[in-house]
Write a protein that binds this ligand. Structure first.
Ligand code: BEZ
Length: 224
């Protein structure tokens, strides 16, 4: 099945959305971008996810990440559903969300992007769109992809956490360890020689002793 792999350029598709027709590259501009897909409008898990995404929109904006959702149904359906999503959030039941939703009625985009879930089908037996997260860098290349089945809702706090890691590691020679959160110490990348690491990280590089004697666990405070 076609799909997107890390490092692939985002396809420059055109689509109808709740905020008008878009061309994806123009939509992204010079920003980072997140595209998250949904199986269907007016479904419970999707409603909770889009509600959470709407609440977190200022956090994505602070990080210069443009948000866009995709679901199978039409623009009028998306707009009517948006009222429910706002109501679910305890807000005015208006049609506007802080990001557009792509209408992918014929699943063309979902097929092109490798987003179908073969285990979840609609009443006509057609596979639904899975819960995919694609994060693109300002160079429009795919930096992260997460693929969940239709029956498992995503964790948008985790998505923000990975945005922090992606943006930090894109510009500094560091990697983020298990359960890292913004502000925690980070690891020096294995390819960076010790002498260079000392120069690059003036706050210090701390190595943990290990039975192998190998000095590969090198921490440094999160660089600015
Ligand atoms: C939901 O969003 O609740 C959902 C959609 C498709 C399959 C299962 C759950």
């Amino acid at each position: 099945m076609p799909g997107l792999l890390l490092g692939d350029e985002a396809p420059d598709f055109e689509a109808d959305t709740t905020q008008g027709r878009i061309r994806f590259h123009d939509f992204l501009g010079d920003s980072w971008g997140i595209l998250f897909s949904h199986p269907r409008d007016f479904t419970p898990v999707c409603t909770t996810e889009l509600g959470r995404a709407a609440k977190l929109a200022p956090e994505f904006s602070k990080r210069n990440v443009k948000m866009i959702a995709l679901s199978i149904d039409s623009v009028p359906d998306h707009l009517a559903w948006s009222k429910d999503i706002n109501a679910y959030n305890g807000d005015q039941p208006v049609e506007k969300l802080p990001f557009p939703i792509i209408a992918d009625k014929n699943r063309e985009l979902a097929v092109k992007l490798g987003m179908l879930d073969p285990d979840e089908r609609d009443k006509d037996g057609m596979p639904l769109t899975a819960r995919v997260v694609f994060i693109f860098g300002p160079d429009k290349k795919l930096k992260l992809s997460i693929l969940y089945p239709a029956t498992t809702g995503r964790n948008f706090d985790e998505i923000l956490r990975v945005v922090d890691s992606l943006q930090l590691t894109a510009y500094k020679k560091v990697a983020t360890p298990v359960d890292w959160k913004c502000g925690d110490s980070v690891m020096v990348v294995p390819t960076l020689p010790d002498e260079e690491a000392k120069k690059l990280f003036p706050k210090g590089v701390f190595t943990k002793d290990l039975p192998s004697g190998k000095k590969y666990l090198r921490y440094t405070p999160q660089p600015e």
